[in-house]
Design a protein around this ligand. Structure first.
Ligand code: AMP
Length: 446
């Protein structure tokens, strides 16, 4: 079905044309007519499926009529991280260029005053992280009684980050009669409960089964030794030998590891930058911009900081650590193979992490091939720590990263801060055989 048949306004269709989109993606085709018909929508879709436009485009169409009142946003979009919130704002700028809508971003880590000034003037679209939104509300600077449409995006990530109580509170503060659009990549029981409580007779739109990986992504496992320096050696040789690598995101389980790995890569002559939740907002934005503009080749990131980021055409994902929770694997590798492009995701596996791989394979319903000979099963002493094993028994973790938990200093926000001893990388740079594009020097950050 072409875009012109979905019921979008002429202005929005012009913006879609200007964006160069030829046809709606499946989630857009299925969701947009229902959103325009004012139905609640439960969208089960991964990032990379075009879900942002699936709610942005009909919202722009509906917002063409009516005006915003002071302190009373007309629509509210909740995002788990500041980066995702900023990305949705960019989508409104891109698709709403021909309209005079006021869009405000209410996220942690930046000044209250500018946000407050905007809210006072009245906003058509308020994009917020839950903590900062409630802070404004508690200060009496914001009324949610005018919200006609509520979008809850990346709901399963909200769950992982411990935001569900905030979400429930916000759902009770907005009018009962509002329209709700709810997006999640997976459907764990807690999320199902929320949807049953807060959605009214929703249309369910599912573009790929929950917890599946993108078909265009080649997935591989690379074995490494048990010593931390062996992991870094393995990663460097994987990067050097990766076929068709144009840029890559390297995921670590802990923020601390992100910073030290990035410094180590730079010391070894690679062009790398860090992105994790303990960095202040300007540094995060700057890091992301440099990566987007291809000024740096490697982005070393933690899960939450990188979640849902729209970075078109990432050729490779490296999991420096096997994620503790299998859902994270799906989200990480969803950063490549986007919009039908080919991608490669390579997971570095130390002996103690093999158990975590088994849990991932179970979740995605396929086994991931090893590069070279598969390793022997780990001996007793090399098993994953018991805390990780517990998670595989169905326990979910709570907030792991700094994205916007209120009332907590960044350093206490989550367990990515737990220190882990890492061996010092070789002092000698071993960049003799690096291709030129990997060598662009970038000062160590973080
Ligand atoms: P999202 O899943 O919202 O993060 O979108 C993933 C990417 O798909 C973004 O770079 C969008 O610009 C792009 N995109 C969204 N809709 C379309 C479309 N209909 N055709 C082509 N690309 C699209």
């Amino acid at each position: 079905m072409p875009f012109s048949k979905l019921g979008l306004s002429a202005k929005v269709l012009a913006a879609v044309k200007a964006a160069g989109y030829l046809a709606p993606t499946p989630i857009q085709e299925q969701a947009i007519p229902h959103v325009l018909a004012r139905r609640d929508v439960l969208g089960i879709a991964q990032t990379g499926t075009g879900k942002t436009a699936a709610f942005t485009l009909p919202m722009l169409t509906m917002l063409e009529h009516g005006r915003a009142r002071a302190r009373m946003p007309r629509t509210l979009i909740l995002e788990p991280t500041r980066e995702l919130a900023a990305q949705v704002q960019e989508a409104f700028e891109k698709y709403g260029a021909g309209q005079k809508l006021t869009v405000a971003l209410v996220i942690g880590g930046v000044s209250f005053d500018d946000q407050d000034t905007k809210l006072t003037r009245g906003v058509d679209v308020l994009i917020a992280t839950p903590g900062r939104l409630l802070d404004h509300f508690e200060r009496g600077r914001l009324l949610m009684s005018g919200v006609e449409l509520l979008v809850i995006d990346e709901a399963d990530r909200m769950l992982d980050m411990g935001f569900i109580p905030d979400i429930e509170r916000i759902c009770k503060l907005v009018p009962f009669t509002r329209q709700t659009l709810f997006f999640t990549a997976t459907m764990p029981p807690e999320i199902r409960r929320i949807t049953e409580q807060f959605l009214h007779n929703p249309v369910r739109v599912e573009v790929s089964p929950p917890a599946t990986t993108v078909a265009t992504t080649t997935q591989l496992l690379a074995k490494t030794g048990r010593e931390p320096h062996e992991k870094r050696d393995t990663l460097r040789s994987l990067i050097r030998s990766a076929e068709g690598l144009t840029n890559a995101i390297i995921f670590c389980n802990r923020k601390r590891e992100v910073a030290s790995l990035q410094r180590s890569l730079v010391r070894h002559g690679f062009s790398a930058i860090a992105l994790h939740g303990d960095m202040d907002q300007p540094s995060r934005t700057a890091a992301l911009d440099q990566f987007r503009k291809n000024e740096v080749t490697l982005l070393v990131a933690s899960d939450v900081a990188a979640r849902g980021l729209d970075i078109p055409a990432v050729s490779h994902i490296f999991n420096f650590d096997v994620p503790h929770h299998p859902d994270d694997y799906v989200h990480r590798i969803g950063r490549t193979g986007r919009a039908g492009r080919p991608g490669t995701a390579i997971t570095v596996v130390a002996p103690a992490e093999q158990k975590n791989v088994a849990a991932i394979e179970k979740l995605i319903g396929q086994s991931i091939p090893w590069m070279g000979q598969p390793p022997r099963p780990p001996s007793q002493g090399e098993q994953a720590p018991s805390s990780h094993r517990n998670r595989h028994n169905g326990q979910r973790r709570h907030s792991r990263e700094s994205a916007p938990r209120r009332d907590q200093p960044a350093s206490r926000r989550n367990d990515e801060n737990r220190s882990r001893r890492v061996a010092k990388p070789a002092a000698q740079a071993d960049n003799g055989h690096l291709p030129a594009f990997l060598l662009r020097p970038v000062p160590a950050k973080a």
